[in-house]
Design a protein around this ligand. Sequence first.
Ligand code: TRP
Length: 431
Amino acid sequence: MKTLRVLTGITTSGTPHLGNYVGAVRPTVRASRQPEVDSFYFLADYHALIKVGDPARVQRSTLEIAATWLACGLNPDEVTFYRQSDIPEIPELTWLLTCVTGKGMLNRAHAYKASVDKNTASGEDPDAGVTAGLFMYPVLMAADILMFNAHRVPVGRDQIQHIEMARDIAASFNHLYGEHFTLPEAAIEEHVATLPGLDGRKMSKSYDNTIPLFTPREQLRKLIMGIVTDSRLPGEPKDTQGSALFQLYQAFASVDETASLAQSYASGIAWGEAKQLLFERIDQEIAPMRAVYEELMQNPAHIEHTLRRGAEKARSVATPFTRELRQAVGLRALDTLATKAPTTKSAKIAAASFKQYRESDGLFYFKLVDAGGQILLQSDGFTSPKEVGQAIARLQSEGSPALDALRPRMKVMAGTAELTAALEQLASAGH
Ligand code: TRP
């Protein structure tokens, strides 16, 4: 049964390179195959607009990244794979969250602060060239995560602060409006290698030292031949320590293959020969996926269709949840108001009722909701609707004495007095 919700986004601002593959795509696709995980992967194209002002590049990158994930084995029937901008509920939730987000917290976001510090250092206005999009980045990201009540968010270290902010924002919202959001946790892949690029520094688009993941075979060979090495001659022993070539090899080879290359380094393998080995080893892993990638890139309509289907799946969660959130904050249909406004607490409580439903995790839940839509009680997941029925029956017939017995399986979301009164009413009405 899928009980753990894992969600991550990929900003569509560039072409995937080997570093992205080893650091993110490969481990994520592997993790997505675990049966107990309910995975959400999306193309963060709203986020791309924050740094890319070239529409053709946003579109191209979205296609390339979608094709990459599919070519690397992400199965859209097993996971929810979608494009952020296909979910109009995301910008809507962004606004609801914006209204409970402290501006001071956003002032402290690393990315924003870095821009401000740079401006200040060069004597410019602190906010010169800073868009409100950059400033709001963490709130949009919180909406991505909270919309699907993700438990775990696999990200790079540079994103940890954003997950902490999402927790903060979720907690503020919950405090004000009731427990609607799960507090997410960052999952950092400790043992995944950071790949060096062609010049030995971390492989990164900003250093212009990348090897594109699906560059054609001949181009791959050329790029690998250009990796920096020291000037030791063939026959001279070579250091594996600090050798970009060696680290790249290690990221693709088995333990045995890696040990054997270390042996060759010690016995003076020529750099040209080592590069040839590296090229063949990488190509062996990449070639079958490259063939799929090239085919997918020839068929954008197929990818478009896959993403739309993914969006439907995602919206089957997002649409009802947004309805609930709108209700919670008071964006409500007016005709749900009683013509005579309730004057006492009990008038409101009298109309409290139980709601039973099934979540996409396959479990059955119930909640007790008052007339105003405020949640008074929220259950955990039950494996069968029968158990839910029994719990509700007990609460209805016994009233608040049943609360303690059931407490480990539910959360109380309202004041005790309010809840007790609601239950007493229900019990005495004998529903
Ligand atoms: N900010 C993330 C990055 O640059 C991308 C992203 C956007 C994301 N929304 C997200 C990651 C939600 C995880 C969850 O890597």
